[in-house]
Each structure stands twice: as structure tokens, then as C-alpha cells.
Design a protein around this ligand. Structure first.
Ligand code: ZN
Length: 135
């Protein structure tokens, strides 16, 4: 196991970009993380398995970030953030999916670096996704 980071995400920052910057600054290549908090707006996505295409779902209003889990690995030589999220509105109804972007109201991230693994993302013909490639 590597380092453990407890991160208070900056107000108004975009969560995916913010985590990529943290990974780059700390030279993190493999990690897992969880985040909770609240987003001012977000864009989530659903992957169409036949069309090999992400269908984007905009969320324009504030939501609780009930749960966000993800990982960091390397794609094209740079840290790549893969995150899934469950968001709840004021009625407690949830929307969930692959997180494309989230504007942070407040968020706490718990990140665990994993040492001794080499994971690189490579294009996978069958799924159309960039999947882990272990060498
Ligand atoms: Zn995903």
C-alpha cells in the first residue's frame, strides 16, 4: 500500500480535473478513492453497450453526492480518473452513472495509493472502452 490522502476539494472546482491535478502533483499512478459531499451541477453518463457510445445526462441543480467511488490509473502517459457517482436531489431521488464532470460545492475525498501494480489503459475492441492492461 502507498500513501493515504485526505483531501478537501476546493469550492467551485471540477472534481475530475481536481483529482487529476492532485494525482499529477503527487506522482500517483495507481489509486482508489471515495468521495462524499455536494455538487452544484454535474454531467453523468450511461455507456451504450451496442453503440459503444456514452449518452450524457446533464444535472443542472444542486445534489448531494451520496457516493462516489473511483480509481486512478495511467492513460496515454497521464493520470486518468475513472469515477462513478450516486447523486440525490432535495426529494431524495437519485441519479447515478459514470461521472464526466462535477462542480463541487463541498467534497471530502479519501484516496489510497496502490503500490507495486502497473496498470495502463488501452483501447479494448470488444467493449470500445479503455480498459486496464497488465503487463
Ligand atoms: Zn465508468
Amino acid at each position: 500500500m502507498g500513501r493515504t490522502l485526505i483531501i478537501n476539494v476546493e469550492h467551485n472546482s471540477e472534481l475530475i480535473q481536481f483529482l487529476a491535478k492532485i494525482a499529477e502533483e503527487n506522482k500517483i499512478v495507481i489509486a482508489t478513492f471515495t468521495a462524499i459531499g455536494a455538487l452544484k451541477s454535474a454531467k453523468i453518463a450511461f455507456y451504450n453497450q451496442e453503440k459503444h457510445d456514452y449518452h450524457s445526462i446533464p444535472i443542472e441543480t444542486p445534489h448531494e453526492m451520496v457516493s462516489c467511488i473511483g480509481n486512478i490509473s495511467i492513460k496515454d502517459g497521464k493520470p486518468f480518473i475513472h469515477a462513478h457517482v450516486v447523486l440525490a436531489n432535495e426529494a431524495g431521488n437519485v441519479k447515478a452513472g459514470h461521472l464526466l464532470e462535477g462542480i463541487v460545492f463541498a467534497s471530502e475525498v479519501y484516496l489510497t495509493e496502490l503500490k507495486g501494480l502497473k496498470l495502463d489503459r488501452k483501447h479494448d475492441e470488444i467493449t470500445g472502452l479503455s480498459l486496464w492492461n497488465r503487463e
